[in-house]
Write a protein of this length. Sequence first.
Lengths: 311, 557, 314
Amino acid sequence: MTYVASRVLSSLGVLLGAFTLAFVLLQALPGDAVMIRFENPELGLTAEQIAAIRESYGADSGLLAEYWHALSGALGGDLGYSVASGAPVRVLVGEALGSTLLLAGLGFVAAVLLAGLLAFAASLSPFSWLATLLRSLPSLFISVPVFWLGIVLIQLFSFRLGWISVIRPGPVEALILPVLTLAVPISAPLAQVLLRAIDDVRAQPFVAVVRAKGASEPWLLVRNVLRNAALPAMTIAGVLLGELIGGAVVTETVFARFGIGRLTADALNAQDTPVLQAIVIIAAAVFVVVNLAVDLLAPVLDPRLRRRVQA
Amino acid sequence: MSRSVRPLAAVAAAVSAVALLAACGSGSAGTGDATDAANGTSDASGDAEAAGDVQTGGELLYLEYQAYDTLYPPASGFYPNGGLIANITDKLVFQDPVTLEFSPWLATDWAMNDDATEYTFNLRPDVTFSDGTPLDAEVVAKNFDLYGTGDPDRGFAVSEQINNYAGSEVVDEDTVIFRFSAPAPGFLQATSANGAGILSSATLDGDADAFAAGNATNVVGTGPFVITDETVGSELVLTAREDYDWAPEESEHQGRAYLDSVRFTVTPEDSVRIGALTSGQADLIRYVQAYDEEQVTSAGLQLFAPQTQGVNNSLSLRFTNEILSDLKVRQALVAGVNTQELVDTVFTENYPAATGVLSHTALGYVDLSDQLAYDPEKAKTLLDEAGWVPGADGIRAKDGKTLTLVASEAKPQPLSRDTLTLISQQLKEIGVDLQILAADSGTYATAMKDPNQVQLYHSMVGRTDLDVIKSQFHSKNRNALLSNDAELDSLLEAVASTPDPQVRLDASAAAQRYLVDNAYVIPLFEEPQVYGAQNYVHGFGWDSIARPKFYDTWLEQ
Amino acid sequence: MTLELERNVPDPADETPDGLRSPIDVDPEGRTSLAATAERAPAPWRRVLPWLSVGLAFAVVALVVAWALAPGLFTAQDPYTGVPADKLAPPSAAHWFGTDPTGRDLFTRVVYGARYSLLGGTVAVGVGLVAGTALGVIAGSIGGFLDELLMRVVDVLLSIPGLLLSLSVIILLGFGTTNAAIAVGVTSVAAFARLSRSEVVRVRRTEYVEAAFGSGGRWWSVLLRHVLPNSLTAVLALAALQFGTAVLAISTLGFLGYGAPPPTPEWGLLISEGRSHLATSWWLTTLPGLVVVVVVLSANRISGWISERREGAR
């Protein structure tokens, strides 16, 4: 129990750390949102007018005061208002989060399926050349720039073949290409974990015994591999979350989707600190929760660990 | 009162005739685009009949390059803002995009006193905002009071198009008088521009945030379209008003817009916009890049390239910088840039090489191509005279300082990066090292205001009034030059504050000559807005500075 | 994560965490033959193939390094000045990779760009390696509260989305090849810290190191003589892997508009500037893209080879 309590406590510490680091980083950026929004010469404002606007926005108050304001607001669930648009951050992030969760969730599921398919196909392939080919695919998957992949997929499937519409597509249609784009690089490390687990299982002596007793190999693999691979796959999942957000920035830009990724890129461009702060809180919270879950679940999944933790 | 319209319209006609004469005098540059660009609408006359009867209904899918950032009309210079304001608001006066003549719209007639310090407008009686409130003198006065004086407390700027504004007087329900502290001859044109789109009283009560992204559905005008749905940063739906019945007299039709709705979808990737058009997924797209024009035409689709008819796309030389304070260095830069090669390499015939400070279709245009000619030998001589001698790597230096200059890459300008890359190659020939500034928006915003960080500023501005030159160069407006030149300012003020039309034309010509004589600018090309459309899109139009207008647009089904 | 857990779980996260792109841990082929030997005799070419691919990977890296050091040996053209009349020419004998919108030879730009991209990758890995390894070694060697604290700091770094972190760092430092590389390097600090820490902890628990401590060796001399050399291969494998990842990450920054300033022929910038021409001039983005893919694949292969040797040696 104390173990759980200490883990939760340190998770909260990580959350606070992320919030503070983000705050310091964003405050240190040159320029600020008010300046970026109003100094655009296309707006035709004079220097005096901009100065007056700055003053009216209270753009220059103390650093500690701002930190405390942001932190206490965040604790109370008040994320403030976007400087670039004036919209409540809660609304902006709320609108964006649903779309990104759907994209990232499906992307992750697709990545797992793709990785599983690849790993098992490589392991069970009757042709060694095919196995070698399949095994080298993950390396290729992570060597391709994501934005490039997205643009190529659109050119090919949407513009050349005309199979999928990228502008105003149906709800399912809208997700096919972005999910694929997001899934390809994510699937690579997962496939590697699975391949490694499969090899480990196959190298174990009991496999030969079970096989001699007449169990079919696919079934054997699936059962044992899943058990062996679950833990590393879960651990990796926690890390991949951050990547899903990074991937979403690129994917959402290429596919003109609105979501957390696009919001992040736009907010950073406008140095819209309240929005960025909220995104960091959400990302860090998800990271912390997933890692906490992995840590707490690990002993359940692997009896060897249970002993050590208790010892 | 209505009689007073005539003299004014005559003045406008005279002014535009002068402009057209000047344009014809400039020779053949840019005739290639005349068929498309000068029409003002995609169906000139024959096309509408050829396509059959006008059909009402349907939704047009319009792909926009950037997301809008505010719907405050004076900030409509930014294309995405202007494209929306042009369709959801009406203006007091209509300006024909081709002849540039004025005709009634929300105002039935108007008059101005002799020194252009007082304008009286009579309003149509039957106009309502989309929230149901009527348009009256009270609300029109409120609009111009805000645009003319701004309100820093609420984050509102003064419109760059309204000069010398003093105040308004509501005479009766449909008569309003505007007064000016000094002559404001450009005001009539200002009332026809997107910068003076009329909004409802409730809308004007909000602060700047109420006009920013996320609040578009609350911005209420009298226009043929109403914003009914918004997804921040990605999509807007403009729905036609059934009861709209106050189109300009000159308009091709009256009554509601033909389309049921227009869907503005922000698609920043160039390749996706163009691919969506050629594969039939989108109806109309803005910002077809020059290298993609052929894709549109070879697919048999429509390409429109209306000109923005203002200050040309140019590089402003910030002469307050130490290196550029030398006239000879500035003249060398002007002579060292080959705009024809630029246009041939990076652009197409829809982007005519500049022949002066202003576009050849702009009011008051003066052909100054003699002084802007490409002459690398002259450039080298000038730099030699100025004391800059070539170093081992070909880049010139003086007193241990290399001749390195920085140009700003401007995202809203078409192919700014390719343009500057090529100019950098050209200037290298004469021994000038031109760097291209790439920075985040915060750093960029600061650097742009510092002549020691950005010496060559890439920009343009569109407005069909002589005042446009003041907007771009006056130290109290956009101040592209970061100028401290009082003589330039007074020349520009003369343009904006002289009531006599002919004197204004002369003043504008004087300002243009001054800018070129002092080598303050390198005019590059005349900037169009390039749209691509499916063949079933008819009647697509644009205003005098090429912002899209969907009122007459219809889809052949 | 507790110490016990990290030590005992085969934890790929320890080797992978990184914001922009999760790297791959080992190469496939070597393991294939291991697993397969149990049942059937491998074809001769399958024993040769892994070595062939390693050789090829080293050859690619050597070639690219040569490009970076002496680009003039590989091309006679100017990477910055083109012939405007020859713009957008498809690949030909004169222009192997075609030309760009201002008529510059793309192959020449790729060759000259090697310098920036390799430098970028190296600096990124260097930042991650030095800062991360220092953190990890200190945490792993000293242990206790400091270990716990430093690892939480690493968690904080991991919890902020990597792309957001590197974009902020870039804005903070300003645009440029080196700054972009530092920004990408910052996101890999956590990966190196976790790996080196778990390596140090592993090595410390081996008998001879315990013996070295037992015989009165001071911790830093033991660290230098036993712990560091033994942890090195794992860190090296990660470094090779991160190199490929960094090159990709830098190109992603270029795509988002935060890359090297033009006209730097940095590879990521070439790919991202050429992408708008994909439909009409495919070579502009495809060929530099292929170069990046081949180099990243080679770096990954070398990383895998280092890991295999390490496991073979154990």
